[in-house]
Design a protein around this ligand. Structure first.
Ligand code: SF4
Length: 250
């Protein structure tokens, strides 16, 4: 089998599944980590190659704040004229983990910050129970402006807005992306899967390992899913810590 990130992630996903069925502590074999680290060192080359085909000023931004200032008046799609606030993203500009939702909701549109309100509080608390501070990670959405009545993003809106997310990722250079919710996962992966299928896999988004879990708002609607949400993030954390530990000895 060819050695690339896709194949490695498939093997890891099978391994996680196997360990979870045996109910033993999750760990990653050394060999996987070594190969993943080698792959991840180049993790923005595919994004940069995509962006190099776009001739717009935002592509040249050297920092997140510069990028924000170059795109926050955007009206490339109709949502630009409906927003109260542009919702760029918040968090550590060098984060190893980036959480991505589909689009701002009413609270986010009001405050200009992603994942605020009750859903944002739940995300912050869940991260805290895993030992992550909200300002250690980066949190953003695919769309930067709120769709009316929180409808799903339209393909034409995603096409116009996803390059901004890619530029954010190119500047942050995360080791892991976590999509929050089925819509965010399917939209970025260009799939049409159920959330349970998406949660079973580790995907590859422009050569960055990509996990999908619940949107925190879904947990508020159905608290029975909270343990599964936490479990998904625990697996993501194990994956991340394994990479971080391996990195020290490389
Ligand atoms: S949603 Fe994205 S593409 Fe549409 S106006 Fe807002 S920033 Fe521009």
């Amino acid at each position: 089998m060819e050695v690339n990130l896709e194949n490695i992630l498939k093997k890891i996903e099978d391994f996680f599944q196997y360990q979870s069925e045996l109910n033993v502590p999750i760990y990653l074999p050394e060999k996987f980590l070594e190969i993943i680290n080698q792959q991840i060192k180049l993790n923005t080359q595919f994004i940069d190659s995509f962006l190099s085909k776009i001739s717009e000023p935002f592509v040249g931004a050297k920092s997140l704040s510069e990028l924000d200032s170059l795109i926050n008046k955007c009206v490339k799609c109709s949502l630009g004229n409906l927003r109260k606030n542009f919702v760029f993203g918040v968090g550590n500009p060098n984060a190893d983990i980036v959480f991505v939702g589909e689009a701002p909701g009413a609270d986010e549109d009001e405050q200009g910050e992603p994942f605020v309100g009750k859903a944002g509080k739940l995300l912050t608390e869940t991260l805290s129970t895993l030992g992550f501070r909200r300002d250690e990670v980066y949190i953003c959405n695919i769309l930067k402006c709120r769709p009316p009545n929180n409808r799903d993003p339209l393909p034409a809106e995603v096409e116009k807005c996803e390059p901004y997310l890619l530029k954010q990722l190119s500047l942050i250079k995360p080791k892991i992306i976590v999509a929050l919710g089925r819509i965010a996962g399917n939209t970025l992966l260009k799939k049409n899967e159920t959330l349970s299928n998406l949660r079973k896999n580790i995907f590859n988004y422009y050569d960055i390992p990509f996990f999908v879990t619940f949107h925190p708002a879904a947990i508020l609607r159905n608290p029975n899913w909270k343990r599964d949400f936490e479990k998904d993030l625990e697996i993501m954390k194990e994956f991340y810590l394994s990479l971080a530990e391996k990195k020290k000895v490389l």
